[in-house]
Write a protein that binds this ligand. Structure first.
Ligand code: SF4
Length: 289
């Protein structure tokens, strides 16, 4: 999956008349010296693990710090009451993002795509859509290839870790990956996949990494909701024919530049942003007692 740019992948897709997901699959098989079928089976396993992980959410469980855990169940109850502001589908997206974030905080099995901290974004968008609209499983596996290809390009040109480039690299990248993936599911072209990613990344550019107490809980769990909503908005814009004026490769480069300039206190050290607030200090003190 080692494309250095979306442009490189796009040229191959155009030349060979293949969709983006196929170009990613072929590169994966080539790089790992396996057949495309074996590559597909690994991706399928990843997809099923994502489904299982979501279903394994326990609304009674709380993280050891007791900062998070119940939010997924609370959101479900609120949605079931039928009076959400954002409608049923988006409320399900919200609960699923929260559930996965809570699962991670509670040490349950997750698929770190692209990272554990951002593990809620992709399932919130993809699994919710899959279950709501009864999409063929094959389409969702193709979507995972799309996300993986985008994630690899971001990793090659910038980074995927909060410690390196702030949360724009984690939840931001997860949002870009999910935007591209759902754009594919909805029939978007390779160009639209790129625009969806570019718009999602731009919207979260500059997002700092500020975990309270250094734990991947606050603001991480709820931030996954923001990443998922942003992904859906970006994909819808791309599907509407709206284009990012800045090509996706250049957006990724800009993200890298922003991350490089980010102060170390805003890169997972737990000192800056909300992690540096008075309330965060109180929480940390309580945890150490
Ligand atoms: S705030 Fe930091 S630790 Fe939390 S999800 Fe974002 S990048 Fe990961």
């Amino acid at each position: 999956m080692s494309y250095q740019s979306m442009e490189e992948a796009r040229i191959r897709c155009e030349k060979e008349g293949i969709p983006f997901w196929k170009a990613v699959q072929s590169e994966d098989a080539n790089e790992r010296q396996i057949t495309e079928e074996d590559s597909w089976n690994v991706m399928k396993q990843m997809w099923r693990t994502m489904l299982d992980s979501l279903d394994a959410y326990d609304p009674e469980l709380m993280s050891r710090s007791r900062m998070v855990g119940r939010e997924g169940g609370m959101m479900d109850a609120y949605r079931e009451a039928g009076d959400t502001l954002c409608g049923d589908f988006m409320a399900k997206v919200m609960s699923n993002a929260l559930k996965m974030g809570c699962n991670n905080a509670c040490m349950k099995r997750i698929v770190a795509a692209p990272t554990a901290g951002a593990c809620g974004v992709m399932p919130a968008v993809l699994v919710t859509y899959y279950r709501e609209y009864d999409v063929a499983e094959e389409k969702m596996i193709e979507a995972l290839y799309v996300a993986a290809g985008i994630g690899q390009i971001i990793a090659n040109r910038a980074y995927l870790a909060g410690a390196s480039g702030g949360c724009q690299a984690e939840v931001g990248s997860g949002s870009g990956m999910a935007a591209s993936a759902i754009c594919h599911v909805k029939g978007g072209s390779t160009d639209q996949i790129g625009h969806a990613c570019a718009m999602a990344l731009k919207n979260l550019m500059g997002l700092v990494c500020d975990p309270v107490g250094g734990l991947v809980e606050v603001p991480c769990v709820k931030r996954n909701v923001g990443g998922a909503f942003n992904a859906i908005a970006a994909a819808d814009m791309a599907l509407a024919g709206i284009e990012s004026q800045i090509p996706v490769d250049q957006v990724i480069d800009a993200m890298k530049e922003v991350g490089d300039k980010m102060d170390v206190s805003l890169r997972e050290t737990g000192f800056g942003g909300v992690a540096g607030s008075m309330k965060a200090a109180e929480i940390v003190e309580r945890m150490n007692m």
